[in-house]
Design a protein around this ligand. Structure first.
Ligand code: ADP
Length: 509
């Protein structure tokens, strides 16, 4: 039941205006006629009986609001009839008005003994009779009304009690001071007290923090069980006005589980924050390490290598008298040193692409990136007599430098690893759910399926330098760059049937 701000008024009176029955018993037809004429205007149902026996027969079938009984009748007289009426349970309390021609004390005593409500002496004054009968009519109607109310009340109470008992929460009815009047079985179960004891106690025994001020709202307090165990609970109190008295309807919910779940979520959040902080620290450290390594490659390794190369080349120029074999050895050393320099450059590019502190996201027109690459590679494309087709491209939020490098490597490879056929390269984009997938398809030499993963490794190549020059770092750079952009890269290819490199990027609209 939701808390209500204003007290609720319970029950409204039931109207009952259906007519009641009045039994008129007299052996004299003329008397019956005059009684009928007098009482007709009351608008009730008048039932006539000409003897005590006939009266009893009517009483077997109906209840009457009042019986007007002539004392003097042949056969069973009025007093005998009254005795029979009184002896029957159903009519035991039906009011009897005796009609008698003369005042006889014996009759009076016996009549009152038999439960007569009144005596009317003939000749009967119509107004007196009418007003007396009207009183009984009202009485009967009120009794019926009361009975009806009692039934309704009983049903309402039954419904209320079954609702109360079926409720999953503890429910109590107290007065304004918190003295308990009614509890449901969940209350007994939750607090461990039987209802007989609870009915004599105050709500403060169960919830010490409860105050009169806790009305009309929900608050979280501490409940105390019979064994002293405390638990968190939520109280919702609503005032209710029943027959002019204020009562407080209180719902107590055990929120132990809810608290436990909240604590669990709080702990998870703390743990998550800690892990994020740790991961950030790890990333910062690995970036620092990466930067140091990058520095080491460009200064500590590349510089002495440059010196070695310069002196080797000087040596090569100055020493013409060397035997051919030594000259060849020298050439090979120079070649190897140049290759080391090439690999170090590749490694440097790879380290740069891996550095997550580099490059923020920006709005990038992919079509524009591709056409400027087409310009840059125009000589190589022309030399390969290549047809490069670029389909409709989206604008995405990403890092332009990294994306540019990925497309450049993939296009260069498509040119490098062409077959004897005229080269055709097609670049297309397709949106699926929340990502864009770009495809770079060529009709080149293709890649056997067993190498589809390997080729993305650092310095991994399927050809030696003499066949096709290269360092094996291009696709490794593509992989690390695409992963940094939040996407993935893979190849679909068959040996001899061309390759399609695919990369997907989050759309981030
Ligand atoms: P590199 O081209 O310097 O060898 P990559 O990392 O770019 O290094 O490529 C790795 C290997 O993958 C290449 O040696 C080549 O064998 C294969 N490969 C890459 N692109 C293609 C392609 N478009 N068609 C066929 N093979 C390819």
């Amino acid at each position: 039941m939701p808390p209500s701000a204003s007290p609720v008024e319970v029950l409204s009176p039931v109207q009952n205006s259906s007519p009641v029955r009045i039994l008129l018993v007299d052996d004299d037809e003329a008397n019956l006629l005059s009684l009928t004429a007098t009482l007709e205007c009351l608008g009730q149902e008048l039932v006539l009986a000409r003897s005590g026996e006939e009266a009893l027969r009517h009483l077997l079938e109906h209840d009457f609001a009042a019986i007007l009984l002539d004392v003097k009748m042949p056969g069973m007289d009025g007093l005998e009839t009254a005795e029979m009426i009184r002896n029957r349970k159903r009519s035991k309390n039906t009011p009897i008005l005796f009609l008698t021609g003369f005042r006889n004390d014996d009759h009076l005593f016996r009549g009152y003994d038999l439960g007569a409500v009144d005596f009317l002496f003939k000749p009967i004054v119509p107004e007196v009779l009418r007003s007396k009968v009207a009183v009984f009519v009202d009485l009967a109607k009120n009794t019926a009304l009361l009975r009806e109310h009692t039934v309704i009340l009983g049903q309402a109470e039954l419904r209320f009690r079954s609702l109360l008992e079926a409720a999953p929460d503890a429910m109590l009815i107290t007065n304004e001071a918190g003295e308990i009047e009614l509890v449901n079985s969940r209350t007994e179960e939750l607090f461990g007290w039987p209802r007989e004891i609870l009915r004599e106690r105050n709500l403060k025994m169960l919830v010490p923090g409860w105050t009169e001020a806790a009305q009309v709202r929900s608050i979280e307090l501490v409940g105390v069980k019979r064994d002293g165990q405390e638990f968190p609970c939520e109280l919702t109190c609503s005032p209710l006005r029943i027959e002019g008295n204020m009562v407080i309807y209180t719902v107590i919910r055990d929120i132990t589980e809810r608290r436990r779940a909240e604590d669990h979520i709080r702990r998870l959040n703390v743990d998550l924050e800690r892990r994020v902080a740790l991961r950030t620290l790890e990333l910062t450290r690995s970036n620092e390490a990466l930067q140091q390594f990058n520095w080491a490659v460009s200064h500590d390794l590349k510089e002495p290598l440059r010196t070695v190369l310069i002196f080797l080349q000087l040596f090569q120029r100055e020493t013409h008298e060397l035997p051919d074999s030594s000259q060849e050895h020298l050439d090979r050393v120079v070649g190897a040193a140049k290759r080391i320099e090439l690999l170090l450059n590749g490694l440097q590019n790879y380290l740069f692409a891996s550095d997550s502190s580099e490059g923020a996201a920006e709005v990038v027109d992919v079509g524009e990136v591709l056409s400027s690459l087409q310009q840059q590679l125009s000589d190589q494309l022309a030399e390969a007599v290549a047809d490069l087709e670029i389909g409709p491209m989206p604008v995405v939020k990403t890092n332009r430098g990294l994306l540019d490098r990925v497309f450049q490597n993939l296009l260069t490879n498509a040119i490098k690893y062409r077959s004897g056929n005229p080269l055709r390269i097609a670049v297309s984009a397709e949106r699926r759910a929340r990502e864009w997938t770009f495809s770079i398809r060529d009709n080149g030499i293709g890649i056997p399926p067993e190498h589809h993963e390997l080729i993305f490794g650092v310095f991994k190549r399927l050809h030696n330098d003499a066949e096709v020059p290269g360092t094996g770092i291009g696709l490794a750079i593509c992989k690390v760059a695409v992963e940094r952009l939040g996407g993935r890269i893979w190849v679909e290819s068959e040996f001899g049937r061309g390759s399609t490199f695919k990369l997907s990027l989050p759309s981030r609209d």
